[in-house]
Unconditional design. Sequence first.
Length: 372
Amino acid sequence: CAVLSSMGGNAFENTKRLSEEEYRTVCARISDILKTENVSFEFPVEIEDKAELSASLGCEEPYGDVDVLVGLEGQEEAPTVVKIVLEKLGGETQNVVQHDTTYSFLTRERYQVDFKFCPQENLQFLLAFKSNNDFGGLVGHLLSSLAIRWNEMGLLLKVKVFNVPEIGTVKKEIVLTKDSEEVCNFLGLPKFCLDGKTSMSSKQIFQIVTASHIFDSELYDEAFKKRHKVEKRPLGREFFRLLENYCDKLGAKSYKQENIFNKFRKNGISFAEYYSEICEHFKKVEELMKIYEDCEKQKDTVEQHKSKFSFDILLKSYPEMNKELAGNILRRLKHELNVQDSDGYAKWVTETDLMQILEKVERIKGEIGKIH
C-alpha cells in the first residue's frame, strides 16, 4: 500500500503505517510531552470509516502518519518544541524536514509525525478545517471558484481590483470570520462539521458537501482527481465513487443551487457587487472600501505625476528621441532612484522640481550615448 499524503506529505521513504492502537499510543505519548511543556495542541479528528476505506485500498493499517496541530504565541519556538518531542520519542533529531510551518520527523519505529504550527489564536479554526481528513480540501476546492479560501486565519475573501494605473490588478484579502459557526451558516454546512470534535463518515461528508450552498458537481472533474491523486486517498476515492453514482441519477444535468455563488460562477454578477454583498453579510464593508480608496489614491497619484513627467512628456521634450531610448532612460532613472515600487517613483516625481528631473534625464541620456 502506498503511503498516503497528508499535512507533511511523503517527507521520508520507507515509513511504517500505524494501526489504530499504534496511532493512539503515539498520540498519547505526544500529548504527555506537550502537556508537560505547557504547549497548546490538538489532533485533527479522523473520519469515522477510515479503517474500512483504507482497507479498500489494500492498507491493513489505516494511518499513514500522525498529525499534530500546535498553537504558539511566537513561531520562533517551533524548532525547540519539535526537538523536545523528538528526543523524548526517541527519533533522530538531525532528520527533521521543514516545509513552511510544518515540521516532519520519524520516530524510532519509523512512524512519520507532522507538526503544524500556527499562532495561538488560530488553533481552533485550524483544527476545524483540518479535521475529517480531506473534508477541508473538498470544500476548499468549491471555494476556490468563488474568490474565497480558508486557512488557519479563517474564511478569506480574495478581492481583485483591475486596471489600477502602473500596477495592473491589485490583489488583497479580507478575513471575513474565523468563527466556525458563522462559516457554516454562510456556506450551508451543519455546525457540527467544523466543531473540531465530530467524526463524520464518508457518506455523511458527501451528503453535507452536496447539500451545501456552494456545491457544483461539475467542479469535481478529472483534472481535480488527477491533481489531488484522489485514487490514493481513502476519503477522496470514496467521495468520487458516491459522486459518480449521484451524477448517474441526475443524467446529463449537473447539480448546483441557484444563489449568489453560482450566479458569480456564471458571471451573472459583477465582482464589485459580489464583494459588496459578501462584505455586507460579514460587516466588512469598511475594509472593502479601504481597498477601493487606496486604488483611487494610486490612480490620482499616477495621474498627478504623469501630468508632470512621463514617457510621453519625455518624447515631447526631446522630439529627436526615439521610443527605445526614452524607455531606457526611464528604466535607468528608476534604477538609480532605487525605488521599490511604482508608488515610490510616483512620489519622487511629484515631490521633485521638474528642472532637477530633466537634469537627471540629460545626464543619463549623455551616459547612454557614450556607451553606444
